[in-house]
Design a protein around this ligand. Structure first.
Ligand code: ZN
Length: 502
């Protein structure tokens, strides 16, 4: 009994010691937490008045899109990283630069190859994983930030209202920048660079400059490190409603280098052109309208293929991606239509707009904005009147304007393509009358509107404006369309596949 008591006492004593130790650790922990909290709030208060280095948002300088043959990457990076120890320099290149670019071996300089390379880790191909600062500065090649910049930068960001959706365009040596508005219409694949949005902000800035933005804004973009850096950033910033403000207090310095020779300048121009093409292909820009009325096209042409692949179930892929027919394709479709209509009119064939094409003409005198081909009907016997149709019934051929004519493999009709490689086309369906009803030999089960119809709609034929030409059409267009598609079809646009909302 005594022994048992002794043992119990000893255990209790030991437990007490453990308890006391635990209590002490807890108190210490509590005290540490409260001390840290105080320190933080002290610092927060402190940062409002002065600029203690340890709490300042540091900066990541990003150098991207430099010309491999002639650049100032080494000079910029070594100057910035060498003089400003809390600034990181990130050099981003899609491929390992070749010819090699000299990179300073400093702790705060890093080269990131953004296209994954065999044997390289994810970390080394993701620029974003190397950004720890609250702000990033995209630096144009050939410029740098000095100590003076950094001092002004620190007080500038301290005064900023971080809740505002703003980025800042910074001049290089006071050089001229022009401010434009930018509107990317995703649905129509069109980028409009025009009048500035308001007196304070820009959507796009032209001229040598750097772009300072909050990292949180950078990370809200789809792909912040796409080539053609500045245009890419401007397009993406517009999609997340971040406006760009031109500021004067901050200035980048130009690195004075020898003037570049003509060959290098030409190569740089080519390089920039390639980068824009890459960017526009990635984002889906096929047409750029500039403020001065100039238009650039990036879509398909006579030599290329069509912008979209085979259409399944009457619904082209771009519709599933929330886009309409690329503008280049609409233009080439109109061109093909005008070419074919001209030929049919010249040989006095009786033809008329069919299906979706007639519907588009009735709605707004044009191709339906998401339609992908043009359908017309014609009297089968009139094929004998036109050389091209006589010829195409025997062989496929390319005409003198490089349109390609062929008999469709799908059935008894003919197809005129924009070119041999670009398969945008007009389908010509030969109809013939049978007891007052127009009929044909090939029918499309997926096209509800593909039906026979009374011949009286063609007696007489009328004219309707379509794709910039006076096109032949059935009389009583509305009645004809409602006969084929159903009541109210002109007023209620629908995508071919009703699963997708309009
Ligand atoms: Zn196209």
């Amino acid at each position: 009994m005594v022994t048992l008591l002794n043992v119990t006492m000893r255990i209790l004593r030991r437990k007490w010691k453990i308890f006391a130790a635990a209590l002490f650790v807890n108190m210490l922990l509590l005290w540490t937490i409260s001390w840290c909290g105080n320190r933080q709030s002290n610092n927060a208060e402190h940062s409002k008045t002065s600029e203690p280095l340890n709490v300042l948002p540091s900066l990541t300088v990003i150098i991207q899109d430099f010309d491999v043959l002639q650049n100032d990457v080494f000079t910029s990076a070594s100057y910035i990283a060498g003089n400003l120890s809390d600034v990181n320099v990130l050099i981003v290149s899609e491929q390992i630069p070749y010819p090699p670019v000299k990179i300073p071996t400093l702790e705060n300089v890093k080269l990131v190859i953004s296209q994954p390379n065999p044997g390289h880790s994810l970390n080394s191909s993701r620029p974003e994983l190397n950004i720890r600062s609250n702000f990033v500065l995209f630096l144009p090649d050939g410029s740098l930030i000095g100590q003076d910049f950094y001092r002004i930068y620190k007080s500038f960001v301290n005064k900023l209202d971080l809740s505002r959706n703003e980025a800042f365009a910074i001049t290089v040596d006071n050089s001229r920048r022009n401010c434009y508005g930018l509107d990317f219409k995703m649905k129509t694949w069109t980028l409009n660079i025009g009048e500035r949005l308001d007196s304070k902000s820009c959507g796009y800035v032209k001229g040598d400059h750097g772009l300072l933005l909050q990292t949180k804004h950078l990370f809200s973009l789809m792909d912040p490190f796409m080539p053609s850096t500045f245009m890419s950033l401007y397009i993406q910033l517009s999609l997340v409603y971040v406006k760009v403000v031109m500021i004067e207090d901050l200035q980048l310095q130009r690195i004075s280098t020898a003037p570049k020779d003509a060959k290098v300048l030409w190569e740089q121009k080519q390089f920039r052109q390639r980068k824009s093409e890459q960017l526009y292909a990635k984002v889906g820009v096929k047409k750029v309208n500039y403020a001065n009325g100039h238009t650039e096209w990036y879509g398909c042409n006579k030599e290329s293929t069509r912008c979209f692949d085979t259409v399944y179930q009457n619904m082209p892929e771009y519709l599933y991606n929330g886009r309409w027919t690329p503008p280049c394709c609409l233009t080439h479709l109109r061109e093909t239509a005008r070419h074919v209509f001209g030929i049919l009119d010249a040989c006095k064939a009786r033809w008329w707009l069919e299906g979706g094409s007639l519907l588009g003409a009735a709605r707004d005198h044009d191709i339906i904005p998401w339609d992908y081909d043009i359908d017309i009907g014609m009297y089968r016997e009139d094929m004998l009147k036109c050389n091209q149709l006589l010829r195409v019934s025997k062989e496929r051929f390319v005409d003198e304007k490089r349109f390609s004519w062929e008999k469709a493999i799908e059935g008894d009709f003919y197809r005129v393509q924009f070119s041999e490689s670009n398969h945008l086309h007009v389908d010509i369906f030969p109809f013939y009358p049978q007891n007052g009803i127009m009929t044909k030999d090939t029918w499309f089960k997926t096209h509800k509107q593909d039906t026979e119809f009374p011949e009286h709609f063609l007696k007489p034929l009328t004219r309707i404006e379509f794709a910039g030409i006076n096109a032949s059409a059935p009389n009583n267009v509305r009645e004809f369309l409602e006969y084929k598609f159903g009541k109210g079809v002109i007023e209620s646009p629908k995508y071919p596949n009703e699963v997708i909302a309009f």
